[in-house]
Design a binder for this molecule. Structure first.
Ligand SMILES: C[S@@+](CC[C@H](N)C(=O)[O-])C[C@H]1O[C@@H](n2cnc3c(N)ncnc32)[C@H](O)[C@@H]1O
Length: 165
């Protein structure tokens, strides 16, 4: 498969799963966390499909298209490894949903991210809340949720918090 085909398949899967989760996420109280603003494409989509939810976005820097820029209150700048643990006073409630888009093309680096990110995610997600990520996380308080039809196995993971606080 060409890299273009692979990119299109990845973006299509991302959009299908984001939209698939909307009704279930809306049943859970709490904001949405977007980890990795990048160009702002998925943030822009999240704010379209979740008009009632507050969305907090994390990235080292804000380099997105100006039309997709979060306001200052909702943009949390810095290394997520440092900011996620201390965002409580700003974000206030635990999150109903986190979309994690900070993986790399390097499996070793991704394993390193997963090891520091997993416990931080457990702390920040509300009971019943969801995570969508391309990274395989180690989340004992979560179950793996089946993906909608047509999504390539292993490409994305959906986790739901079923125990803990
Ligand atoms: C693939 S891009 C996100 C794409 C974005 N979701 C979109 O649709 O445009 C990944 C982003 O994650 C950010 N990122 C990766 N690791 C990070 C970390 N540890 N702390 C903060 N930001 C990080 C990068 O700076 C980059 O902007």
């Amino acid at each position: 498969m060409s890299r273009l085909d692979s990119f299109i398949r990845r973006m299509t899967s991302q959009k299908i799963i984001l939209e698939h989760l909307v009704d279930q996420v809306n049943e859970i109280e709490g904001p949405i966390l977007e980890l990795g603003l990048g160009n702002g494409r998925t943030y822009d989509h999240l704010r379209e499909i979740y008009p009632e939810k507050e969305i907090f976005v994390f990235d080292f820097d804000m380099t997105c298209h100006p039309s997709s820029a979060p306001d200052a209150e909702h943009m949390i700048l810095g290394d997520i490894r440092e900011t996620l643990a201390f965002c409580g006073p700003r974000v206030k409630a635990k999150a109903a949903f986190a979309h994690i888009d900070i993986g790399s093309a390097d499996p070793t680096y991704d394993l390193a991210i997963a090891s520091w990110l997993s416990p931080l995610m457990d702390e920040r997600i509300a009971p019943g809340g969801f995570i969508l990520t391309a990274l395989e996380l180690d989340l004992p308080n979560f179950e793996t949720v089946e993906k909608p039809e047509g999504i390539h196995p292993g490409r994305y993971h959906i986790y739901r918090k079923v125990s803990g606080t």
